[in-house]
Ligand binder design. Structure first.
Ligand code: ADP
Length: 651
């Protein structure tokens, strides 16, 4: 222990980092970054015992600073919410330096990107999503919470194309119930209710219904009802409640939008009325089912855990019922999710060791990190081992400067976004009667605060331009950068390290061999097979770009929403056509096989847009297609730029 203290004093946060990562790596393998927000970086992970994929939300305590209570609020809310359309929290790991939230993994990305990719959704498709949103919100409200930050960025799509609500950091649970008034003005300007931006006391559920109206409009139209680069103009539009209905909206949609975006909250439709509203029910004939599907403890999962752990069902049940959001909770919930997908066949657990379930020290943790971002080092007492691995540990020099900047930028943004969540934490009551949303900024402040990668739904008319960069002033400061990738070399290195077979096999060997127990090894042997297979699956999923880099032929893919079909059959010709157009459009690119990593730069060489174009072959019909993926930058600007490139390439 004294060694620990001494080293930690000597090596400061590096030692803390080691501690942090080791704790996480006891239970999870960590893969690439899949998103980032105002507070957190989110990575894909894999729960070792069950083999299930998870999302790992990583927050640095040091960087959270006064926003730490917001994270606590989110954790407490997510612990008490259990619903088919709310992202499930499995496990919380808190170390000296970090907080890890292990969440249900939603591979379909944000609803925001889905809308952008499709321009807008049909009324039928919108209704499918809207019923799920109403279901989630009715449940959240029934538990006494208001979400207060509803927007398409906070709804993720799972593997079955169902929506899951995330980001409860701004939610409120008034002590006297949801009927009690709230004061804190928070959330994203374009989605905020009039009473909120006016700084009036408001009812959380009523404000949520307004935001849902804005969201519904965005789904049906592909842009926002209230939008302006100037904050004051935007606020005026919202408080007047004036927006235009485009010609394609049906009378039923116009009526519903009008009922949801009523300036006077007392005239607004309630969530209760939305459940069986004629528009919501159209084509279904049944009201929205909002009760949680997850109520009782599942017998099969308890049996699975108790047999594998060799402890009585009674004890297993007791452990699970403690709901500590530790390894036991995670294992139970992930088994349950496996079962719900029909994959629980009596061998749900990759039984490496009981210790994984009971929190004992786990020497193998260090070998389960597939991500260069996380330190690859052992836990505290083993100074010897620490030296061995120190070359892998991130040192302050090793961490790219850009990384620090990104963190700082995120923190600044998050501060801009919210005043404290007063309903949940005690803070000074200084902003009760003013706009708590970002104040109108001076031109200088505007310039400073404007990020080129603005990411909001805006009216198409004003964004129908390929001009890249361009400042706007009243965009949502909380906007996220999903699937933001590390840039350039940093990303390349991570990918290669993350998926090197050498590292994989070492991890797997150590997982069993280090125990020296023959029965364990026997079990391990079986597990290795399935793990190896499982991992291969994950690797296939995660390494498209690496694999593409090694290919001399284009990938064969299925049609997806982000794929543009061409009329051509020769992929090289398509590639060459695109290559000849990019310089004309002032797009820098790096080629890797049939993938073009593209980016545009704004003033002072700052990258303001990054995206990938990949020439692929479509299964059916047998034609060449171009897969496009936005990595960074404003969605509308990206959309028009890529459309321009592809149409000019005359493919
Ligand atoms: P923050 O609290 O910092 O705003 P979020 O929780 O909103 O962070 O997450 C940031 C981004 O990470 C999301 O917008 C999304 O793109 C991605 N993300 C978050 N949770 C998940 C998840 N469970 N599955 C997949 N991606 C996720």
């Amino acid at each position: 222990m004294s060694l620990c203290v001494c080293l930690s004093q000597l090596e400061g946060c590096v030692f803390g980092e080691m501690d942090s990562a080791a704790e996480l790596l006891k239970y999870y393998e960590v893969y690439e970054t899949i998103g980032s927000g105002g507070f957190a970086k989110v990575k894909l992970g894999r729960h070792i015992l069950t083999g299930e994929k998870v999302a790992i939300k990583i927050m640095e305590k040091k960087e959270l600073g006064e926003d730490l209570p917001r994270v606590k609020v989110e954790i407490e809310a997510m612990k008490s919410l259990s619903h088919q359309h709310v992202c499930r929290l499995y496990h919380v790991i808190e170390t000296n330096t970090k907080i890890y939230m292990i969440l249900e993994y939603c591979p379909g990305g944000e609803l925001f990107d889905y809308i952008i990719a499709k321009d807008r959704l049909s009324e039928e498709e919108t209704r499918v999503f809207f019923r799920q949103i109403v279901s989630a919100l009715a449940y959240v409200h029934s538990q006494g919470y208001a979400h207060r930050d509803l927007k398409p960025e906070n709804l993720l799509i799972d593997e079955d194309h169902n929506l899951k609500l995330i980001d409860f950091g701004l939610c409120a649970k008034p002590k006297g119930g949801l009927g009690y008034e709230l004061m804190t003005c928070c959330g994203s300007p374009a989605y905020a209710a009039p009473e909120l931006i006016q700084g009036k006391a408001y009812i959380g559920s009523e404000a949520d219904v307004w935001s849902m109206g804005v969201l519904l409009f965005a789904l049906l139209c592909g842009y926002l009802p209230f939008d302006d680069d100037n904050c004051m103009v935007l606020y005026r539009k919202i408080t007047r409640g004036s927006y235009n209905n485009p010609h394609w909206l049906s009378p039923g949609s116009i009526l519903l939008l009008n009922q949801m975006m009523q300036v006077d909250p007392k005239h607004r439709v309630t969530i209760r009325q939305l459940l069986d509203h004629p528009w919501t029910m159209s084509g279904y004939g049944t009201p929205v089912e909002w009760h949680s599907n997850w109520g009782y403890i599942d017998e099969d999962c308890i049996t699975e855990m108790s047999v594998s752990l060799k402890i009585s069902r009674q004890s297993t049940l007791q452990l699970v019922n403690e709901w500590k959001y530790d390894q036991t909770t995670a294992t139970y919930l992930l088994l349950l999710s496996k079962k719900q997908r029909g994959n629980l066949s009596g061998s749900g657990l990759n039984f490496l060791s009981k210790t994984l379930l009971f929190n004992d020290d786990d020497d193998d943790a260090e070998d389960r990190c597939y991500d260069d971002d996380l330190p690859w080092v052992p836990t505290c007492p083993s100074a010897e081992k620490r030296r061995d691995h120190s070359k892998h540990a991130p040192t302050p020099e090793r961490e790219p400067i850009a990384h620090h900047h990104r963190h700082q930028e995120r923190r600044d943004r998050s501060r801009e976004r919210t005043n404290e969540n007063k309903e949940n934490v005690a803070v000074a009551n200084k902003d009760a009667d003013i706009f708590a949303l970002p104040a109108p900024r001076s031109p200088v402040a505007n310039r400073k605060a404007t990020r080129p990668n603005k990411r909001v739904l805006t009216t198409p008319t004003r964004n129908n331009t390929n001009k890249v960069g361009g400042g706007s002033t009243c965009k949502d400061p909380s906007r996220k950068r999903p699937r933001e990738r590390m840039e350039g070399k940093e990303e390349e290195e991570m990918e290669i390290l993350a998926f090197s077979p050498e590292r994989r096999s070492r991890s797997l060997d150590l997982a069993g061999a280090s125990r020296g127990d023959s029965s364990q090894k026997r079990r391990g042997g079986k597990v290795f097979g399935s793990l190896e297979r499982g991992l291969d699956k994950v690797i296939t999923l995660l390494t498209p770009s690496k694999r593409r880099g090694l290919r001399d032929r284009p990938r064969r893919i299925k049609a997806q929403y982000n794929v543009t079909l061409t009329s051509q059959t020769n992929p090289d010709q398509v590639l060459n056509q695109i290559l000849s157009i990019l310089p004309e459009k002032h797009v820098d690119f790096a080629q890797k096989g049939y993938t073009l990593k593209c980016r545009t730069q704004g003033d002072f060489g700052k990258v303001n847009m990054a995206f990938e174009l990949e020439v692929c072959l479509l299964h059916r019909p047998e034609v060449v297609c171009v897969r496009r993926q936005r990595l960074k930058g404003d969605s509308w600007v990206y959309k028009h730029l890529v459309e321009d490139i592809l149409s000019t390439s005359s493919i």
